[in-house]
Design a protein around this ligand. Structure first.
Ligand code: SAH
Ligand code: AVI
Length: 322
């Protein structure tokens, strides 16, 4: 049965808990074990992600921030006076502030994220900095059909999806997501989306396997979360963080590798891990400009503008509804 639409009031806690347990048990039962990356972002995971964004090796955040700083005026030029900005996977909303500074006319900012702690912190900060802005947090999965509050139905909506979070989906999932966003932003929506670019494998691997071990802690926190919330018995010292670049798929893959033969229990079920066996925890797809534009065109979006940095590390695309 499909889950509830995002934005509809529901028994958020228990529904979320059941969904977490079901997804983890399903992923660990597969011949190639896998865990969905959206579960990285509990309170500790969101904190670790913020630390990642400040690492010297993790170029995407500072590069995208610089692109936004330089081009925010142009990016926001078509947002009307009573316009609405809808952000998907808003996290700390730090990048959003760059756009909001150009948008004194904006009436409403809708922030959608699975992490309620991230939403709460960002809402408190934005309410103080932008006192005339209506800030509406929605806790939920942005890949589900999205119901925005009824009073926004007729307003012009601009979607904002920075961070290359779209890269955490396979290209076919990403195309579906772009369709979900188009429905949520219709009629006549517009989307500003950040997309990480293909580059040499060494730079990519360093960004996902940093010297200070913060990305390793982020990856391992998924097992710690399973222990905390699902009564798991994972020994965190018996799994190693691995990041590899898969050139055929054009993606960074993160894995957790079992260092020895072991058994872990989750929700009372036992799972065996052989020495060297991996749990696939995340993909981060990298695109060329042309590849991403083709993906957008394969849905109903039309690429309108694109901004990049001097070294072509990262890109920000403007898509408009056909
Ligand atoms: N937009 C911010 C944060 C990116 S990190 C930036 O660019 O820095 C990815 C964010 O997306 C996290 O805050 C995470 O909680 C959220 N997220 C990941 N998968 C999600 C999903 N399926 N639905 C809603 N939020 C999701
Ligand atoms: C949120 N997302 C785009 C990040 C990325 O780069 O794929 C998540 C991340 N995983 C490891 N480091 C950062």
């Amino acid at each position: 049965m499909p889950g509830p639409r995002v934005g509809e009031r529901q028994q958020q806690r228990s529904a979320g808990d059941d969904e977490f347990a079901a997804a983890i048990l399903d992923g660990l039962s597969r011949p190639h074990k896998t865990l969905p990356c959206r579960f990285f972002y509990d309170a500790r995971g969101s904190e670790l992600f913020e630390e990642i964004t400040r690492l010297p090796e993790y170029y995407p955040t500072r590069t995208e921030m610089a692109i936004l700083e330089q081009n925010a005026g142009e990016m926001t030029r078509t947002i009307p006076k009573d316009g609405v900005l809808v952000e998907f996977g808003s996290g700390s909303s730090r990048k959003t502030e760059i756009l909001l500074r150009q948008l004194p006319q904006l009436s409403t900012y809708v922030m959608i994220d699975v992490s309620s702690t991230a939403l709460h912190e960002a809402k408190t900060r934005l309410a103080a900095r932008f006192p005339f802005l209506e800030v509406l947090p929605i806790a939920g999965d942005f890949s589900r059909p999205i119901t925005l509050p009824a009073h926004l139905a007729k307003r012009h909506k601009t979607g904002f999806f920075p961070g290359s979070t779209i890269g955490n989906l396979t290209p076919s999932e990403a195309a579906n997501l772009l369709r979900v966003f188009q429905d949520a932003l219709s009629p006549g929506g517009r989307l500003i989306v950040g997309v990480d670019l293909k580059k040499d494998a060494r730079t990519l691997v360093r960004a996902y396997d940093d010297a200070a071990g913060v990305t390793a802690a982020f990856n391992l926190n998924l097992l710690a979360r399973i222990n905390r919330e699902l009564g798991g018995t994972f020994d965190l010292t018996a799994f190693k963080h691995k990041a590899i670049y898969n050139p055929r798929e054009g993606r960074i893959e993160m894995h957790l590798q079992s260092v020895n033969d072991q058994v872990a229990t989750v929700c009372g079920r036992r799972f065996r891990f052989g020495a060297g066996e991996q749990i696939h925890t995340e993909n981060s797809y990298k695109y060329t400009l042309g590849e991403f534009e083709a993906l957008a065109r394969s849905t109903n979006w039309l690429p309108q503008s694109v901004w990049t940095d001097r070294d072509s590390l990262f890109s920000v695309h403007e898509l408009v509804s056909r």
